[in-house]
Design a protein around this ligand. Structure first.
Ligand code: GLC
Length: 629
C-alpha cells in the first residue's frame, strides 16, 4: 500500500489500473485528463495520510473505466445530448413528479402502466422513492438499503427497472433515484461483515467498544429521530455502540476510510448504467463526522460529494446530482455547484410558502426570494410544495429577526397552526419527531390537508393552487408529489399498522387515490377543480420561456400579504403577484407604473391594462407578461 504521492505518479498508477481492468478509450481519456486532477485533489485532502489512499483511488478510477466500457450505447447517446445542452434541467418544460412505487402503482410494472398519465401531466422527471432491497418490516420507507444492486422483490427486478428507465426515456421522462450513501441497513452485507469483524470491513462503520466516544460525540451532535433513539448511536447485541443518525437499523458509513468511498462509488456506477439520470443524494449533511463538531455539513462532506461528482463525470457524464440538505439556508446553498450537486431541493421556499399561508404575511418569503434564491450558473432549484418528508421550519433566525419575528416562538406557532392546535387553523397536519427537551417539532400532512381542504375551509383549494403557482414560477424544476394534483387527503390508517404507527410521515404517503383520480375531469369536485387549475398552470409554464432558468427580481408592493417577483426572459418579463392573505388586495396603477400599460394575463389568456391597477382575490395570483419601461 502506498499513500498518495504526487499527482503525476498517482495519475500513472490510476491509468495503469484502468488499463489492467480493460480498454481505455479516447473519450474516457479526455475526461480523465479533466477529472483526475480534481479527484486526486479531493483524495489528497480526505485521505492524504492514509496508507491505502493511492490504491483506493486507482481502484476507483479502474471501476469508472469499466463502467464506461459497459455503459449501454443508448445511455452514451443520452450523455452526449446532455453534454451538448448542460442546462437541460433549467428549461420551462421541466416538471417533476415523485411517488412510492408500491403505494402509487403496486410495483414497477404498475409504474410503467402509468406512463401515459405521466405524459398527460407533462412530467419530464420522475423520482421513484427508494425501491431497493431493504429489511422486511420497518425500513424507513426504503431508506434502509440492504443491497443497491437488487430491487426489492415485491416491486420487481433490476432488469425491469432498467427497462422502465428506457421506457421513461422514450417518453421524455428522466428517471430519478435516491443514492442513499450516508448509511446502509443493518442487513447490508457490509454491515454484517463489519459487525463480524471481517477483514477489510471492520472500518466500514463507526463502531465503539463502550460509551466513551459516543458520549464525547453526542456532546455536540443533534438528535435527528428522537422518537426512535436518543443521541446518534445505538447499541449492538454484543454491547458495542454503532453510529446511527436516523433509525436504529440505519448505520452510518465511515467515509474516513477510503475503501468505503471506493465501494460506494462502485454502487453508484452500477446504478448509473441502469439508466438513472438524476441521483438524489440523500442526507448529504451527515456524511462526515468529526469530534467536537455538530457532525453536519463539515467541509469534508463537500469534498466527498465533489469526489463522487468527479467519478460520475468520468463514467456517466450526462448524469447530475440533486442535493437533499434540509438544513439552515446558508448551508443548503453550499452544496450547489456544477462540481458538486447541480440540483437541490429548495426547503426554504417550501417552508416559507406554508409560513406565509399561515400568517397571511408574505414578507419572509419575499425576502428569501430576493436574497436567497440566486444560484451559480449551471445549477437549479427543485421547488416543491411538500415531499414524502415532514415540513421543517428551516428559515434563518436572523431573517425572521430582521422582520421583528422571534424565530423560536414563530416555529412553535407554526407547529401549533399546522397540527390544528391553533384556534382558527385551517390545517390538519400531524406532529413529527416532537422533542420535549428542545421544544422542536416538524409537521406532516398532504398538501390538501395542510391547506384546508380536509377541514372544509372554503379557501383550501385556492391555497393548494397558490402554493403550486409559486413552486411553478420562481425558477427551477417544480416537483409535484403525485396525488396532490387531485387533492389527496391525509390517510390516518398508518396508525393501525404497528410498523408505521411511530412515524407520522405515513399520514401523507397514502396509496394512489383512485377515487380522486377518477374524478379529475369532474370540476364539480375538489379533485377535478384542483386538477384543472394545476394542469392549466403547468401548460402555461411550458409555453412561457420566461420561466426557464433562475433569474428572479423582487417586486415590492405596499401590501405585506403580496409576494411579488419578475422573471425576466429574452423578449419579455413575467410579473408574478401572489396574495397569501384572506382579504382582497388592490395593486394600484402607481405601483405598476414601471411597466408599459398593455400586459397579458397568461393564466386567463387575456389582455389587461395596468392603468386600471390589479385586483388580487384572497389567495389569488397573477402571472402577467409585461414590458418594463
Ligand atoms: C432523508 C429521507 C428521509 C429518510 C432519511 C434517512 O432525509 O428523505 O425520508 O428518513 O433521509 O435516510
Amino acid at each position: 500500500m502506498t499513500a498518495l504521492t504526487s499527482l503525476e505518479i498517482d495519475r500513472v498508477a490510476a491509468l495503469d489500473a484502468a488499463k489492467a481492468a480493460g480498454r481505455v478509450d479516447d473519450a474516457f481519456l479526455a475526461r480523465f485528463d479533466v477529472q483526475f486532477p480534481r479527484l486526486h485533489g479531493f483524495f489528497a485532502e480526505l485521505y492524504g495520510a492514509r496508507p491505502d489512499g493511492q490504491q483506493q483511488l486507482a481502484e476507483t478510477v479502474a471501476a469508472a473505466s469499466t463502467a464506461w466500457n459497459t455503459r449501454p450505447l443508448e445511455l452514451k447517446v443520452r450523455d452526449a445530448q446532455r453534454e451538448a445542452e448542460p442546462g437541460w434541467f433549467e428549461s420551462e418544460r421541466m416538471l417533476g413528479g415523485v411517488c412510492y412505487v408500491d403505494r402509487y402503482a403496486g410495483n414497477l410494472e404498475g409504474i410503467r402502466e402509468q406512463i401515459p398519465y405521466f405524459r398527460e401531466l407533462g412530467l419530464t422527471y420522475l423520482h421513484l422513492m427508494p425501491l431497493f432491497d431493504a429489511p422486511e418490516g420497518d425500513n424507513d420507507g426504503g431508506y434502509a438499503v440492504s443491497s443497491y444492486r437488487r430491487v426489492n422483490p415485491s416491486l420487481g427486478t433490476m432488469a425491469q427497472l432498467t427497462e422502465l428507465a428506457a421506457d421513461l426515456r422514450t417518453a421524455g421522462i428522466s428517471l430519478v433515484l435516491d443514492f442513499i450513501f450516508n448509511h446502509t441497513s443493518n442487513e447490508h452485507e457490509w454491515a454484517q461483515k463489519a459487525v463480524a469483524g471481517e477483514d477489510g470491513f471492520e472500518d466500514f462503520y463507526l463502531i465503539f467498544p463502550d460509551r466513551e466516544m459516543p458520549d464525547a460525540y453526542e456532546l455536540t451532535t443533534r438528535e435527528i429521530f428522537p422518537d426512535d433513539h436518543p443521541g446518534s448511536f445505538v447499541q449492538l447485541e454484543d454491547g458495542r455502540w454503532i453510529w446511527s443518525t436516523f433509525y436504529h437499523y440505519q448505520w452510518d458509513l465511515n467515509y474516513a476510510n477510503p475503501a468505503v468511498f471506493r465501494a460506494m462509488a462502485g454502487e453508484m456506477l452500477f446504478l448509473a448504467n441502469q439508466g438513472v439520470e438524476v441521483l438524489r443524494m440523500d442526507a448529504v449533511a451527515f456524511i462526515w463526522k468529526r469530534l467536537g463538531t455538530s457532525c453536519e455539513s463539515l467541509p469534508e462532506a463537500h469534498l466527498l460529494l465533489r469526489a463522487f461528482n468527479a467519478v460520475l463525470a468520468l463514467a456517466a457524464p450526462g448524469m447530475v446530482f440533486k442535493s437533499e440538505a434540509i438544513v439552515h439556508p446558508d448551508e443548503v446553498v453550499t452544496y450547489i455547484s456544477p462540481g458538486e450537486c447541480q440540483l437541490s431541493y429548495n426547503p426554504l421556499q417550501m417552508a416559507l410558502t406554508w409560513e406565509a399561508l399561515a400568517t397571511r404575511d408574505g414578507r419572509l418569503l419575499q425576502d428569501a426570494l430576493e436574497h436567497r434564491h440566486a444560484l451559480p450558473e449551471g445549477t437549479a432549484w427543485v421547488n416543491y410544495v411538500r415531499s414524502h418528508d415532514d415540513v421543517g421550519w428551516t428559515f434563518a433566525d436572523e431573517d425572521a429577526g430582521a422582520l421583528g419575528i422571534d424565530a423560536f416562538g414563530h416555529r412553535q406557532f407554526l407547529n401549533r397552526f399546522y397540527t390544528g392546535r391553533h384556534d382558527g387553523s385551517f390545517a390538519r397536519g400531524v406532529a413529527f419527531q416532537e422533542n420535549p427537551a428542545t421544544g422542536d417539532a416538524r409537521v406532516t400532512g398532504t398538501t390538501a390537508s395542510l391547506a384546508g381542504i380536509e377541514a372544509g375551509d372554503p379557501a383550501g383549494e385556492d391555497r393548494v393552487v397558490l402554493a403550486h403557482a409559486l413552486a411553478l414560477s420562481t425558477g427551477g424544476i417544480p416537483l409535484l408529489y403525485l396525488g396532490d394534483e387531485v387533492a389527496q387527503l391525509n390517510d390516518y390508517s398508518y396508525t393501525d399498522d404497528p410498523l408505521r404507527r411511530g412515524d407520522s410521515r405515513w399520514v401523507h404517503r397514502g396509496n394512489r387515490p383512485r377515487d380522486r383520480y377518477a374524478l379529475r375531469d369532474d370540476v364539480t369536485t375538489p379533485s377535478g377543480r384542483v386538477f384543472r387549475r394545476l394542469t392549466k398552470l403547468v401548460s402555461v409554464r411550458q409555453q412561457s420561456p420566461e420561466f426557464a432558468g433562475n433569474a428572479l427580481i423582487g417586486f415590492r408592493t405596499p401590501h405585506p400579504s403580496v409576494v411579488g417577483y419578475q422573471r425576466p426572459g429574452a423578449d419579455a418579463t413575467v410579473l408574478v403577484l401572489a396574495n397569501v392573505g384572506d382579504a382582497e388586495v388592490q395593486i394600484d396603477q402607481l405601483t405598476l407604473s414601471g411597466f408599459e400599460r398593455e400586459a397579458f394575463d397568461l393564466v386567463h389568456d387575456s389582455d389587461i391594462d395596468l392603468a386600471d391597477g390589479i385586483v388580487l382575490r384572497p389567495h389569488g395570483f397573477v402571472w402577467l407578461r409585461v414590458t418594463p419601461l
